[in-house]
Write a protein that binds this ligand. Structure first.
Ligand code: 3PY
Length: 249
């Protein structure tokens, strides 16, 4: 059995003071959660979230990581820096990074390798845009993104990766993939992992759905056999909403 994981992706939202208030409000609401609970936050909020989350189930995540250990990469953060701040999880390859910041499958892979080597838990995002879905390329594209992203990891390392399937057309649009669409494409991702790394490994990989998951649609999505959790955008910015997603069961 794979343990479900619900992770918030705060994106570019919240000051440290607001972060502290949100996590303080969230803490008692998720104390009985049956899933792993993570909040991936802007780096300016690491200290506030870590402090506010003390003694709770809430784990700290980052929204990106650089592949180099250190050096002339203005504005970037290394895996060791994240670790030193108490970060346990990191999102890599979110579609907004691919769309606005030149992220490619190759750089996703570099970041994944560096993060795994440093001992961070990776949430690697894949997903198609509207045109790609309409043209019938969804399966080929998510398979490709997944296998390139994981390239160079051992089976044991792959088993610990979390993949977030986020159809780009469902991000920030209020549109959601139907439960069946999400389940089917996540099944395609798992099958690709199985072909390369074996069924045993693929069955351990947790694959989340992301893209406008919220208190209303979480139950239906989580009832699907392939879906092991969610990466939550807008609904992670308010404690009552996020806690309802976390407590979906
Ligand atoms: C969304 O739900 O909008 C997301 O992008 C989650 O990562």
């Amino acid at each position: 059995m794979r343990k479900p994981i619900i992770a918030g992706n705060w994106k570019m939202n919240k000051t440290p003071e607001e972060a502290k208030a949100l996590v303080t409000e969230l803490k008692p609401l998720v104390k009985d959660a049956n899933c792993d609970v993570v909040v991936c936050v802007p780096a300016v909020n690491f200290a506030a979230v870590k402090e506010a989350a003390k003694g709770s189930k809430i784990k700290l995540g980052a929204e990106n990581v650089h592949w180099a250990k250190s050096g002339a990469f203005t504005g970037e953060l290394s895996a060791d820096m994240l670790k030193a701040c108490g970060v346990e999880y990191v999102i890599i390859g979110h579609s907004e990074r691919r769309q606005y910041f030149g992220e490619t499958d190759k750089t996703v892979n570099q970041r994944v390798l560096a993060a795994v080597e440093a001992g961070l838990k990776v949430i690697m995002c894949v997903g198609e845009n509207k045109e790609e879905r309409e043209a019938g390329y969804t399966d080929a594209l998510v398979e490709y993104q997944t296998l390139i992203g994981l390239n160079g990891l051992t089976k044991e390392q792959v088993a610990k990766i979390i993949i977030a399937y986020e159809p780009v057309w469902a991000i920030g649009t209020g549109l959601t993939a139907t439960d069946e669409q999400a389940n089917e494409t996540i099944g395609v991702i798992r099958a690709a992992v199985a072909r390369k790394y074996g069924k045993g490994t693929a069955n351990k990989v947790r694959i989340q759905y992301g893209g406008s998951m919220n208190p209303k649609n979480v139950k239906g999505l989580m009832a699907q056999p392939e879906i092991d959790g969610g990466l939550i955008g807008g609904a992670s910015l308010k404690a009552p909403d996020f806690s309802q997603v976390v407590n979906y069961d």
